[in-house]
Design a protein around this ligand. Structure first.
Ligand SMILES: CC(C)(COP(=O)(O)OP(=O)(O)OC[C@H]1O[C@@H](n2cnc3c(N)ncnc32)[C@H](O)[C@@H]1OP(=O)(O)O)[C@@H](O)C(=O)NCCC(=O)NCCS
Length: 176
């Protein structure tokens, strides 16, 4: 059974290892989420440790999807620290493990973290996504508005430079 929960405290060792595997699986599948090579287990562990520290400092929201208690996906929102930007956040690192895709997990993760963001008073979410990725279609379906495309914004795991699209979504009925 799919369960989506916010991770506020350090996870179990088991869940931590599954987050490591989730990241390696996503990058190994060519996802454009920050790495040009599949992170080693050490690199992935360091990455998640930093994320969890940022969560602990209140700088980031992290939601995790589990399917029968196995990690199926995760998503984050980086909160903006500046006084004039506290109403907004950046959706980042939406990942669903390749074995759990096309069951609505990605959409459920987006919905859950949006709900939490709105409850904290955020009224604007922004994100970037590589043009043509499955995630771009998903974000559009979830109501994100296209802003524009920046050519050559990210380098892929194959070495090519690829265009990235910027999207935003108003939360909680906020006006544009
Ligand atoms: C993008 C990503 C998170 C989507 O996760 P997901 O769990 O497969 O997402 P969903 O299941 O909600 O939706 C994906 C598709 O499955 C379809 N779907 C959802 N539930 C379904 C079901 N029960 N049966 C059949 N299809 C279903 C959706 O309609 C959607 O179809 P589409 O791709 O034709 O538009 C996943 O592909 C991923 O992790 N990619 C790699 C990481 C990445 O690129 N992240 C983006 C960073 S910006």
């Amino acid at each position: 059974m799919l369960e989506i929960k916010e991770l506020k405290a350090p996870p179990s060792l088991e869940l931590f290892s599954e987050l490591v595997e989730l990241l390696q699986d996503a990058v190994g599948g060519g996802a454009s989420i920050g790495w040009t090579h599949v992170p080693s287990t050490k690199e992935a562990r360091n990455y998640w440790s930093e994320v969890l520290e940022a969560v602990g400092r209140g700088e980031r929201l992290l939601f995790v999807a589990t399917d029968n208690h196995v990690c199926a996906g995760a998503v984050q929102i980086a909160l903006a620290p500046r006084q004039n930007a506290r109403h907004r956040g950046e959706m980042q690192k939406l990942m669903v493990h390749s074995q759990y895709r096309r069951r609505g997990t990605g959409q459920a993760l987006i919905g859950a973290i949006e709900h939490a963001a709105a409850a904290r008073g955020l009224t604007l979410l922004v994100l970037d996504v590589r043009v043509g990725d499955d995630a771009e279609r998903l974000y559009k379906r979830c109501g994100y508005q296209y802003v524009g495309t920046i050519p050559g914004f990210t380098q892929s795991t194959k070495g090519s430079f690829e265009p990235t699209a910027i999207y935003y979504r108003r939360l909680g009925g906020a006006q544009a």
